[in-house]
Write a protein that binds this ligand. Sequence first.
Ligand SMILES: [Zn+2]
Length: 323
Amino acid sequence: MPEGHSVHRIARQFAQHFVGRRVAVSSPQGRFAAGAAQLDGHTVVAAQAVGKQMFLEFDHGLWLRIHLGIYGAWDFAGDVTADPTVLAAGGRMGQTNQKGTVVGAHEDSLASIGAPRRTRLRMAERDSLEQPIESFPPEPIGQVRVRLLTDDTVADLRGPTACEVLEPQQVDAAIAKLGPDPLLDDSADAEERFVATVARKPTSIALLLMDQSVVAGIGNVYRAELLFRARLNPHTPGRDVPTDVVRELWRDWARLLRIGVETGQMMTMDGLEGEAYRAALANRADRHWVYHRAGEPCRVCGTHIVLEVAAARKLYWCPRCQA
Ligand SMILES: [Zn+2]
């Protein structure tokens, strides 16, 4: 499932190529025909990610709320932007200087390497370059719930958990249900809100980190990695986790989320350089402490990483480092 960093990157793609543009909105699949009709022909005025959800505001006051869920994906084609990390992960550009990628580095547009109108970029759990399009706009592929089309960019959404038109007060209500997202608000108040919530919960910290009403944007990968980085036993009840550790979890999430948005990868190991850093960007097996490493030796102590299922999601941890 896409975690917070992916959704923020998608919102940036919309901010760059759709905000300020009039958009033809349709539902090639038909399931969102009525909603599409409410938005068709209007101008997008804002694109905002909150945790794992994205909100697009239109000039007549209505919003489009999208939650990709497990299977959802956006396909962008035409004038789209992919930073070098995407190109490298897709194997299209080889040795890109990935460390040069910074937030807002939109000058790394594909336009600079030619044929932007033929580009197709998929943004979901991970970003990937797809087969170039032959003509613009391309025919919809598969079950496209909603298509947003400007003169030179198209975005097709498939397989979302949620795709709905909302009034402003409904948007407020949807966002109010979510815990703080450090990329939107890294204030002391946001940190305090997280700390206070965790402090009164008997629920395990592993479940709290995945609870979007406690903190927004964390999924299975970041959860496991944050707990390892804190050397925290996943089963510790929230209220028993020392306050300074809870604060550090929040700050570490803010740190990892920023890195995720910058690199497009859930880069959760520190201190990697050169070839090790490139390998980690290209390969999940080289960038995590514990996630997806069941039975492999812990990178710190050598103990076999444990896999257990908690609330139907796989939880990876080191029973020695996180005793
Ligand atoms: Zn260990």
